[in-house]
Design a protein around this ligand. Structure first.
Ligand SMILES: Cc1cc2nc3c(=O)[nH]c(=O)nc-3n(C[C@H](O)[C@H](O)[C@H](O)COP(=O)(O)OP(=O)(O)OC[C@H]3O[C@@H](n4cnc5c(N)ncnc54)[C@H](O)[C@@H]3O)c2cc1C
Length: 274
């Protein structure tokens, strides 16, 4: 995040955002789980798990997404202490080191190429016998001298010492053979799941993975309006989406904050029309 040259723990950053919003009179209702939304006559109603109901003229969906996890022993313990999900964010900590990348899709191959800028070696562990990434990215990854690809590999356990990851226990799912891989860090790229379950049954257009389609992506999805949809507008007038929950978002905190600010201005303009 610009302005934090030494980084900042997520929880402290969130607290600062909360304090700043409260200073400007924003009412924050904590621990409210939105379970459903419903739109009627330019009003959008929100239902929570606690049984409350709120309605508003405009709505901004910014519920983020979750990195998919392997759910193997040691994963929780070494999160942020050797296990990461973002090469741009955490790759620079691994200058001259050996990194394992887990995954076989576009992100795994693409992010491995980025990690090569820092790491001395990147070992990509692919569960299947081939990449599912685009051909051009596969070729680049396979041709990179710093990258080694190991097929049919499944991580069984993350192991460490002194509260820092240093080893992966692997199993070859073809032969059943177990092995160990000494690493300085591991990056998991097996996809992200958007927090959009509460949108099931709503008319909002989502993409095939459940991310909210906005702006031009609505047209790609076959949604037709008489005009080009505004950049963060969803398929329902008055409902906007920003941040990681949005299809095509960068999954970076600075972009999420920027999209939030853009959405606020779009909502201000929208409210003048209803
Ligand atoms: C471990 C980790 C490290 C990261 N490091 C970096 C980094 O170094 N640099 C960087 O740029 N990015 C980093 N990211 C990514 C960054 O955190 C996200 O890009 C950013 O937080 C996205 O903001 P957002 O507001 O879209 O979503 P979030 O920050 O995920 O916020 C979504 C909020 O919505 C709430 N919510 C979800 N569903 C519901 C519901 N049904 N009802 C009510 N509330 C709901 C969630 O509880 C959460 O509070 C990291 C992410 C993780 C997990």
């Amino acid at each position: 995040m610009p302005g934090f040259p030494d980084g900042i723990p997520g929880i402290e950053f969130a607290n600062r955002l909360r304090q700043q919003a409260e200073r400007f009179g924003v009412e924050l209702l904590q621990a409210q789980d939105v379970t459903r939304i419903y739109s009627h006559d330019n009003y959008h109603c929100i239902f929570t798990g606690g049984g409350s109901e709120y309605s508003a003229r405009a709505l901004l969906i910014a519920t983020g997404s979750r990195y998919r996890r392997l759910h193997v022993p040691g994963e929780d313990k070494y999160l942020g202490a050797g296990i990461h999900f973002c090469a741009t964010c955490d790759g620079p900590f691994y200058k001259g080191k050996h990194i394992a990348v887990i995954g076989g899709g576009n992100s795994a191959a693409e992010e491995s190429l980025l990690l090569c800028k820092f790491a001395h070696k990147v070992t990509i562990l692919v569960r299947g016998g081939e990449f599912t990434a685009s051909k051009i990215i596969q070729e680049k990854a396979l041709a990179d001298p710093k990258i080694e690809v190991r097929w049919h590999m499944e991580v069984q356990e993350f192991v460490g010492a002194d509260a820092k990851l240093n080893k992966l226990v692997l199993c070859n799912n073809q032969t059943g053979e177990f092995s160990e891989l000494n690493v300085d860090g591991a990056f998991i790229f097996i996809g992200q799941t958007p927090n959009t379950r509460f949108l099931a049954g709503s008319p909002l257009v989502l993409n095939e993975w459940g991310f909210v389609a906005t702006g031009h992506d609505l047209i790609h999805a076959g949604f037709t309006t008489g005009h080009e949809p505004e950049v963060l507008a969803t398929s329902v007038p008055g409902i906007f989406a920003a941040g990681d929950v949005r299809e095509g978002s960068t999954k970076q905190v600075a972009s999420a904050a920027g999209e939030g600010a853009t959405a606020a201005l779009l909502i201000r303009e929208y409210l003048k029309t209803v």
